[in-house]
Design a protein around this ligand. Structure first.
Ligand code: SF4
Ligand code: SF4
Ligand code: SF4
Length: 469
């Protein structure tokens, strides 16, 4: 569906006045598309126009040898900013977090067949089921709240601190701890005069009391749900083996009624891929409060390696995603796939490179949600601190933080020629760099999905603005 070409600006920083502007040529069934991601500029053009644009971008003096038509093309594109020098995006450096993600427990009341973390089973390496000490959560909140105040006092646009409750298990299996975390955060907020925001990611199997607490205290919730009752019951059973649909359905109806902003994350297996449109229609109709549906192909790791779940082919995922997108647009639901985000200009896929402050139940600090056990060989890369019980505070490893900062698309040669490089930014490091150095980043099957869906986003923009052609 897509073919890309790029004029060679490798290893050249366009922020330098002498550097050529970054211009890609994409192709779809209607012909070439000129794309300048840094300027969010796109235009359909015929082959001679593309050739003139690339020649001019490479060397403006070539305009002297161009025909009148070619000059007119170059002039028109120039007026729209296609040849303007722009800086590459760069993630913030310096670790002064105002957000923390807390994993209260690795216990879980479900046994999802593809769980990357072996929830409820200690990560698959025999690590014990455990829960976070309250003092660990409290010091983490102290740290981000103080940072938020200090940064706001310095005039930075920081309006709050954010506590996200997540887990390598189901966080609400440690409900009493979550209550204490939220109450503590609220106290600190009041004391410092900085608003606190609370988010939660949950499997949705919550008691009435827990639901009341969520509705009363959380700003937004993400529910992992496999889209249709039969998939939910088959892939995300309770620890005892029963289906979980009824419980999760109840939770999402309650959230809808209570007007709590919530999103659904659906993991798509090969067995589910042909039903993606049905999934969208089902959740959009049944849960009117739904803000966003995140569809992600299953990644074969964790429990998935030994279960029957397999990743859908990228072709099938793209085809069905685009069909589902039509349904989502009709029904007013925002559809998301993590690698397709044409509206973002970034050099990192997630916050892993800026030292995302995520605390595991054992008090280890990891930059990656999916790497949460010391026994995971990837922890060598992603763990960059821990709670020191003798000190009563966190200690961080600056060398690790510096190394994490290098995990960005500026340093990934494989992505140099990809038109998604400032959007996808090298994809999820935990998946793509499973135990290999950055130099050996060679993408994955997800690249085909990211590129196809990003191209579709570009095409939609072109269609919405036909005068751009
Ligand atoms: S609910 Fe989450 S942590 Fe628990 S088994 Fe399922 S995917 Fe794993
Ligand atoms: S590296 Fe991947 S798994 Fe880890 S936090 Fe980032 S997106 Fe999530
Ligand atoms: S990981 Fe793949 S899709 Fe993403 S920027 Fe790199 S080459 Fe492009």
């Amino acid at each position: 569906m897509s073919a890309t070409d790029k004029q060679d600006s490798r290893a050249v920083d366009p922020s330098e006045p002498s550097a050529p502007p970054e211009l890609f040529v994409l192709c779809d069934e209607r012909g070439p598309i000129l794309y300048a991601p840094l300027g969010n500029l796109m235009a359909r053009a015929n082959a001679p126009a593309v050739a003139a644009a690339l020649a001019y971008a490479r060397d403006p003096s070539t305009v002297e040898e161009m025909s009148g038509d070619e000059r007119a093309v170059v002039e028109a594109l120039g007026e729209r900013g296609f040849f303007k020098h722009r800086s590459y995006p760069r993630h913030a450096v310096g670790f002064q977090p105002v957000q923390v993600t807390l994993f209260p427990t690795n216990n879980c009341n479900l046994r999802c067949s593809y769980c990357y973390a072996f929830g409820g089973e200690g990560g698959g390496n025999g690590e014990p089921l455990t829960r976070m000490d309250l003092c660990v959560a409290q010091r983490a909140i102290d740290l981000i709240a103080r940072n938020a105040k200090a940064r706001a006092d310095r005039g930075e646009p920081i309006r709050n601190f954010l506590v996200s409750i997540h887990g390598n298990g189901e966080p609400f299996c440690a409900y009493d701890l979550i209550q204490q975390i939220v109450w503590y955060g609220q106290d600190v907020s009041e004391e410092l005069g900085v608003p606190a925001v609370f988010n939660a990611a949950t499997n949705g199997v919550l008691s009435e009391e827990q639901l009341d607490f969520v509705v009363a205290n959380f700003n937004s919730v993400n529910v992992s749900f496999d889209g249709l009752p039969e998939f939910q019951d088959a892939n995300r059973p309770m620890a005892g083996g029963r289906g979980s649909f009824e419980r999760v359905d109840h939770t999402m109806r309650r959230l809808s009624e209570a007007h709590v902003g919530f999103g659904i994350r659906t993991t798509v297996t090969a067995a589910m891929v042909d039903r993606m449109s049905d999934i969208v229609a089902f959740v959009a109709e049944r849960y009117p409060g739904l803000e966003q549906l995140h569809l992600e192909p299953v990644w074969e790791c964790g429990r998935c390696v030994t279960s029957s779940n397999v990743m859908p082919s990228s072709e099938a995922f793209v085809r069905r995603y685009l069909e589902a997108l039509e349904v989502a647009q009709e029904m007013g639901v925002r559809l998301v796939f993590s690698g397709a985000r044409q509206d973002m200009l970034v050099d990192t896929f997630c916050k892993v490179s800026s030292g995302s402050f995520t605390v595991t139940p054992t008090g280890d600090v990891t930059a990656c949600y999916e790497v949460s056990y010391r026994s995971d060989p990837r922890s060598e890369r992603f763990f960059f601190g821990r709670f020191d019980h003798d000190l009563g505070d966190f200690v961080f490893d600056q060398e690790k933080l510096d190394a994490l900062s290098e995990l960005n698309v500026h340093n990934i040669r494989f992505c140099d020629d990809c038109f998604c490089r400032w959007h996808c930014a090298g994809d999820c490091a935990a998946k793509v760099l499973d135990g290999i150095p950055l130099e050996r980043h060679h993408g994955s099957v997800r690249c085909q999905i990211s590129r196809a869906l990003t191209l579709n986003q570009i095409q939609r923009k072109l269609d919405w603005r036909p005068t751009d052609g």
